[in-house]
Structure formats: structure tokens, C-alpha cells
Design a protein around this ligand. Structure first.
Ligand code: ATP
Ligand code: ZN
Length: 602
């Protein structure tokens, strides 16, 4: 029996051969990428290109199973390919690149176009969104994946049909009202945030960060209208800036303690209003007796990071880490917080805990504060393995399938009590999505030509009225009221290979278009034959009717989902669970899209 026998039996001879002849791209060779590469090689994809910009770190080894200790500092993509070569039973051609996927000279549009399918195994929204747009420019399917701890997802994007990576708004990092952070913390996270973003940055970091630039011009950011509190916070902030001026003094750390943990707290206590319903803070004591206790604390006593330090132990660590940071500051000037930099971490842990102590908040271990301050959710190898497995299996349904939208599912893993894995039909694209609601194509231009020559060609080719605007991202290059650049060369405005150039019809008749710029040096502007659809008209309907109608749609979708799940009982992908949370998720997605659709248009 050959090695191909089982695969041929499962996939069928035709699909097996098609896969064997195909060429695919894997972006990212980290946690998900290592698992996925192993799966893709075992499935026998013909040619697999792997791009990763990074080298291997010690901290990768616990889950990026293709790497060994000897590989530290080596490029991930090369080592990953080396490792899977040992079980490359179907003789896939394996090609590694150590580069960022944004590098347009290495990865031009034509290069992306040569792949049958793209797999994302990335860890950041920017790169995912970039690949998403490439898929939309080229009408190429993308298998998108992501994990955080035990939560993970696989979602295929079928361009211009299913929802794309940018269709749903992404979660923004959690923020806290400035007054909670600065005067009335009530949770450990408030004190950790303060220690890292306010105190550490004011004393050692970049002093133009928004969080420490409190002036009477931006007091509305404080989130309080208590005049006394505002006055106190502004004074406190100015003193903090002054404190930094004594960074080279021997008494610097004493000044920190007496200002931050005593005087500032005494000032806050004077604002009665704040403490009517809250337990008032208690400034720490820092005298000879305390100092004597600190002298007795040994390094061993501080433990390995799991121990919750006493107030004296926190003070001891604050003093020693401040002294180290002072010495480093004299050489480096700015110091950035880094969870793996012991001095910066110790300073933040100790000052956060001392503040917690003052405000009667639970103290935390160094290990816990490191996770919170470094925004770390530990990666779970099993989630990566699950998600990579599903991505490779689902790709078989997406690959060369014109009904991929209908035949494919999204898969989620979560910590739900009922079930760990759930699935749902792909959702339709969001008609308001800034990435997939517009028309996309590519143009080939000589960028030594002028803006005027480009505008004239566009108007002529696509029958625009005179009023069009061109921009790159949020940077406007030209519109009828802003023609300063009209005679400038395109190259001088940053129009180079790979730039995404937006064309907006200011008369609002034609849909917006985004062009991927390709270059020639023959003085030509080559515009594709493109029928630019009309801009969708805003639907003005009775609000109540619209809401009722939308609710009906959600119910219909739920019913449809239930039917699909039942019909798929004998599917080759068996999902062991009920469907309530998927429906909930889909319902949330639809709610978000509905909310967005209700927003007034420009
Ligand atoms: N623009 C990019 N081009 C190429 N590869 C990228 C790009 N952005 C991120 N990556 C790669 O995607 C991979 C994502 O893997 P993963 O989420 O496991 O991150 P990691 O950096 O390996 O781990 P951790 O962040 O937990 O230390 C990384 O190897 C990273 O180098
Ligand atoms: Zn979209």
C-alpha cells in the first residue's frame, strides 16, 4: 500500500491530484503556522511557500513544535521547512522566506496571484487586514485563523461574498476613565495600568504620551467634573514632571515614595466628596523603623515570582529597581517598559502593589502582574493544533470549489461549559465594510507622470463627472477644492509600487474604487476595463418596520442554521455540540452589521 493510498481514498483521486498540483501560501510560522505547515504537508499540497519575518525565541519552544533549542535565533520559516521535510511523504515543494509580508518588492501582487489558496497564521490585525485586501484585489480565497488562550477561530474569506476580515469591527483595547486610574482605583488592573502607563512613563519613559500629558486644556479627559479633584490631579501631575528633574539625585527614590505614596494620597483625602461612598485610602508609613525592616529582607525571601510580596517587600523592590533604572537612564535616557526587562517589571509590580495597598485593593504576584501589564494571555498549544487542523480540513472544501461559500463553515473554540467547539455557516459580507464594499482592481502607471495626467485618464476611462478625489489611506492627495498637488509627479506624493490608491466619486454616483499600484517606466497609465457600479443608495425606511424586519431576519438565520446543522449530521467534519453559542455569535455579528447600517451616511 503506498503512502498516498489513504489520502486518495478519503479525498478521491481527482481532488488528490488537484491538491498535489496546487501552489499555496502560508503566512506565519509561529504557534498556528507550525501546526498548519505539518497538516498541509501531510495533505500533500504540491508547492507550499512559507513567509515569516521572525527568528526563533526560547519562549516559542513550548508550542512551536517544529523548533528545537539548537534552532534559537534561526529564521522560523527555514527551520519549519527543514523540520517538515523529514515527513514530506508527498514530495511537496517547500519554499521559505524570512521577510515581512508587507515587502512589496519581494511579494508583488503577481506573486500573490500565483497561489491557489492563502493561509493566514498571523498574530496581528495589520498583517491580517493586508492579506485580506490582497485577497479582495485578486479575488483569492483566504483561510484566516487566530487563537488567544483557549479561544480560537477559523474563517474562510470568499472575496466579495462572505464577510471578510475587516467586515466586523474589532475589539479595541480596554480603557479606563482617567480619574479612576489617577484618584479612585478599585481593582488591581487600575493600579497596574497607573504604575505602567502613568508613573513609569512619567519618570523613565516617553514624556509626550497622552496618558501623562494632563493640562488644563484637556481636563475633559479626566472624566470628572469635581473641581477640587481636577485641581489636585493637575497639581499632582505637574509635580510628577518636576520629580523627573531630580532623576539623577541620590534622594530620587525617597522623593518618589514621599510624593507618590504619601503626599499625593493626603491631598486626595482632602476631597471629601470622593470618599463619601468609598473607603478612603491610607498613605503608607516610611520611617526609620520601616527602613530597618527592609534591610532584613533577603533576595531569597522574594521568591520566584509566584509569591505575593508584603508591603515592605514591595518597598524594597521599588527602591532597588528605581536605583537600577536611574543608572540606566543616565546612559539611555528613555527606557521602555518591557515585561521581560526585570528592572522595568519590578518597578511596575512594586509601585502597583504599593498603590493597591493604599487603596485596600488585593495585592498581586509578580507573575500575575507580568501577565496583566504585558497583555499576555498564555498561548495554548492544543488550541493552535485544533485550529490549524480545522483550517487545513476546511481548506479542502474551499479549494477549487465554486460553491465554497455554501459548503464551508467557520469554526470557533471557546471555554463555554456546554461545548468547546462550535461551527456556523459563513456570513454574508457587510455592505458597509470599508474593505470589501468598494470596488478593487490594479492600475499600471508611470509614476513620473503628474496627478493631472492620472486624474484626466481616470475621468476619461470611467466617465466620471469632474469631481473625483484621490487619496492614500487617510491622506488626501487631490480633490476639486484641494488642487495644490495637481502638477506634482505621482512619485513625489508617495505613489510607488504596492500603494493602495483610493478614488472617490465626489458626486456620489459611482462606488469608491481602490487601485493597487503597479509601475511601468514607459510614460503610460494603463487602466483596467472595469465597470464601476453605482454607489448603493441609502435606504430610508420607517425605523420601526426596519427593526422588526431585521429581527425577523435574525430569526430566519437561526432557523436556517439549525437546519444546516441537522442536515450535516453525516458530514465528514463532525462537530460535537449544540448550536446555541454559534447562533449567539452570529446574532451578535448581525446586530453589529445592523447597527452600522443604521448610522447616517456622509
Ligand atoms: N508582517 C508579517 N510578515 C510575516 N510574518 C509575520 C508578520 N507578522 C507576524 N508574523 C509572524 O506570524 C507568527 C505568529 O505566530 P504566533 O502568534 O505564535 O507569534 P509568536 O511571535 O511566535 O509568539 P509570541 O507572540 O507568543 O511570542 C510569528 O512567527 C510572526 O513572526
Ligand atoms: Zn468586509
Amino acid at each position: 500500500m503506498t503512502r498516498d493510498y489513504n489520502l486518495k481514498t478519503v479525498l478521491g483521486e481527482d481532488k488528490f491530484n488537484a491538491i498535489h498540483k496546487s501552489k499555496i501560501l502560508l503566512v506565519g510560522a509561529g504557534g498556528i503556522g507550525c501546526e498548519l505547515l505539518k497538516d498541509l504537508v501531510l495533505l500533500g499540497f504540491g508547492e507550499i511557500h512559507v513567509v515569516d519575518l521572525d527568528t526563533i525565541d526560547l519562549s516559542n519552544l513550548n508550542r512551536q513544535f517544529l523548533f528545537r533549542h539548537k534552532d534559537i535565533k534561526q529564521p522560523k520559516s527555514f527551520i519549519a521547512i527543514d523540520a517538515v521535510s523529514k515527513f514530506n511523504f508527498h514530495n511537496s515543494k517547500l519554499i521559505p522566506y524570512q521577510a515581512s509580508i508587507f515587502e512589496t518588492d519581494k511579494f508583488p501582487l503577481s506573486w500573490f496571484n500565483s497561489f491557489d489558496l492563502i493561509f493566514n497564521a498571523l498574530d496581528n490585525a495589520e498583517a491580517r487586514s493586508y492579506i485580506n485586501k490582497i485577497g479582495l484585489f485578486l479575488n483569492k480565497n483566504i483561510m484566516e485563523t487566530g487563537t488567544t488562550g483557549i479561544n480560537g477561530y477559523v474563517q474562510a474569506t470568499i472575496p466579495n461574498l462572505s464577510s471578510c476580515y475587516d467586515c466586523l469591527p474589532r475589539e479595541t483595547p480596554k480603557t479606563f476613565p482617567v480619574c479612576t486610574i489617577r484618584s479612585t482605583p478599585s481593582q488591581p488592573i487600575h493600579c497596574i495600568h497607573w504604575a505602567k502607563n502613568v508613573l513609569f512613563n512619567s519618570l523613565f519613559g516617553e514624556d509626550d504620551s497622552d496618558e501623562i500629558k494632563l493640562t488644563d486644556k484637556n481636563i475633559e479627559q479626566l472624566g470628572t467634573d469635581n473641581e477640587e479633584e481636577i485641581k489636585t490631579l493637575l497639581a499632582e501631575n505637574n509635580e510628577l514632571i518636576e520629580l523627573k528633574n531630580s532623576i539623577f539625585d541620590d534622594s530620587f527614590v525617597d522623593k518618589i515614595i514621599s510624593k507618590i505614596f504619601i503626599k499625593d494620597i493626603e491631598n486626595l483625602l482632602k476631597i471629601d466628596e470622593l470618599w463619601k461612598l468609598r473607603k478612603s485610602p491610607i498613605p503608607i508609613k516610611f520611617d526609620q523603623n520601616v527602613q530597618k525592616k527592609l534591610d532584613l529582607i533577603t533576595q531569597d525571601q522574594l521568591g520566584n515570582g509566584q509569591k505575593i510580596w508584603s508591603i515592605e517587600e514591595n518597598l524594597k523592590v521599588l527602591i532597588s529597581s528605581t536605583k537600577n533604572l536611574q543608572a540606566r537612564y543616565s546612559i539611555n535616557k528613555e527606557i521602555e517598559f518591557d515585561k521581560d526587562d526585570e528592572d522595568t517589571l519590578n518597578f511596575v509590580v512594586a509601585s502597583a502593589n504599593i498603590r493597591s495597598y493604599i487603596f485596600h485593593i488585593q495585592l498581586k504576584s509578580k507573575f500575575d502582574i507580568k501577565s496583566i501589564a504585558g497583555n499576555i494571555i498564555p498561548a495554548v498549544a492544543t488550541t493552535n493544533a485544533f485550529i490549524a487542523g480545522f483550517s487545513s480540513l476546511l481548506s479542502l472544501k474551499v479549494f477549487q470549489n465554486i460553491d465554497a461559500f455554501k459548503d464551508t463553515k467557520s469554526i470557533y473554540t471557546s471555554q463555554s461549559k456546554e461545548r468547546l467547539i462550535s461551527s456556523g455557516q459563513l456570513s454574508y459580507k457587510n455592505p458597509k465594510c470599508a474593505s470589501c464594499s468598494i470596488t478593487r482592481s490594479f492600475i499600471n502607471i508611470d509614476n513620473s507622470l503628474t496627478v493631472k495626467e492620472l486624474i484626466d485618464s481616470l475621468i476619461d476611462k470611467y466617465q466620471y463627472e469632474e469631481e473625483i478625489a484621490i487619496s492614500i489611506g487617510s491622506k488626501l492627495l487631490y480633490d476639486i477644492d484641494f488642487d495644490d498637488n495637481i502638477d506634482k509627479k505621482l512619485i513625489d506624493l508617495g505613489i510607488t509600487y504596492g500603494v493602495h490608491l483610493s478614488i472617490n466619486d465626489e458626486t456620489d454616483l459611482k462606488n469608491n474604487v481602490e487601485f493597487y499600484i503597479e509601475l511601468n517606466d514607459e510614460g503610460k497609465i494603463q487602466l483596467p476595463d472595469l465597470i464601476i457600479p453605482d454607489k448603493p443608495k441609502p435606504i430610508v425606511e420607517d425605523k420601526k418596520d426596519q427593526n422588526e424586519q431585521d429581527d425577523d431576519n435574525v430569526e430566519e438565520e437561526e432557523e436556517e442554521l439549525i437546519i444546516m446543522e441537522e442536515e450535516n449530521d453525516d458530514d465528514d467534519l463532525v462537530i460535537l455540540e449544540s448550536i446555541s453559542s454559534t447562533v449567539e455569535k452570529r446574532k451578535n455579528e448581525l446586530e453589529l452589521i445592523k447597527e452600522d447600517a443604521k448610522k447616517p451616511k456622509n
